[in-house]
Design a protein. Sequence first.
Length: 502
Amino acid sequence: MSLVHHLPILVVLVPMFVAPLLAVVPSRGQLPWLIATLTSLLTFVLAIGLTGQVLAHGTVTYELGGWPVPFGIGLAVSPLSALMLLVITGASLMALLWGPASMNSEVGHEHQSLLYASWLLALCGLSGIAVTGDAFNIFVFMEISSLAAYVMVAAGPKRQALIATFKYLITGTLGATFYLIGVGYLYMMTGTLNLADMAVRLTDVSSTMPVLIASGFILVGLALKAALFPMHAWMPNAYCFAPTPVAVFFAACSTKVALFVLIRFDFLILMPNLPGHANMLVGLLMPLSVAAMLVGSTVAIFERDLKRMLGYSSVAQIGYMLLALSLLSTAGLTAAIVHLFNHGLIKGALFMAVGTMVLRTGSSRLDDLAGIGKTMPLTTLAFCLAGVSLIGVPLTAGFISKWYLITAVLEHGSMGLVLLGAILLSSLMAVVYIWKVVEVAYFRNPPAEPNGSTPVRHREAPLGMLIVLWVVVGANFWFGLDTSLPLGLANMEVDLLMGGQR
């Protein structure tokens, strides 16, 4: 049997097996970073290979131990799974390539072996969620990634990182517990944990009370994990106080994995079988997503810390994705999937740019970044271009996301016009908080040296960081011009989940 056949399991096993080995490597020097980066590179290559298989042959399945599903554990790499794997492994690789200088500055060398081991466990857990076809194993991988994430956030340079970690831990534990309770109810009624088999067996018990309770628990649990407004309070602080490379990694992919699970449960299992589930989704998700867009953007406008500003911006962007899902249409689902990919590019670039500023200035507060457009011109320009993509200016990935979302909402008549107004208002708010950074960076003078005589002159970022940063910024424009990969995979997934409605 060829190695290609084992790609679905290798993308999980490679970081899983390297992580404990990395934990015992001495923390001196760059060896822990190098091992983690090479492992992430290999995982990214495996994800690219899997994506090629999916594009050529559709969903790729894999049976562990030769046991046929549903009796054994199976993996299923659908087009959406392949897209999520690209986001997860690509975010990990880019953050690691960009981040050694930042990690050395914020964390130091003495604990880096354990930190990078946790990084690979998080990569393993997030990748496992993307490829597993088993509801309980989603929980297992969710816990692997979450426990590793708590360790990584707690490694931040400030004491507030511990408080942020505690809030993250409580919220994450509640979300995982709610999800597991819901899966337990579904298993009680269907006798299976395989997602595809569960979708078939649920037909006979779809109107029973345990199934309705299960849908509620799963929805709330995943909403907590995805930081859906108003269950978002853990996310801005976690991003703000975590080591910046960790924030880059998680901002690009972690909440999107929860949305990925939500899509699979709602469109594959619950909506086809629960007659009232679609109405419940519309009634719950649509107003909350609009509130997320407006409240997240409003708070971002008044936030003085760039990391927290980007955290609240992510609350608004998650609102866009959930609004698209709540439309319950092929166009809406396509828009949500495309934005899952594009937002990873956007937020990864923004956090890299801010992290580069933090490396040179020691602060992410706006007041400490005055005039940085003159002292760090390449970094600041990269931030501005990524901000343009966030706003949704043509020729950027963000524009593609907004275009498909607006196209989807306009299919809904008068309600669509109201939603369009909310999208445009939130986009204008994004202009305000991105412009706030531009104004401070380019139209204010740098702060004075402690002696008050001359302005501070920060050096530009190291060349290696700039190269990776500009590669990610360039990807925002590349995928704004060539949408074939994310849109092709999105269309394939929509055909699988809603083929009958096309």
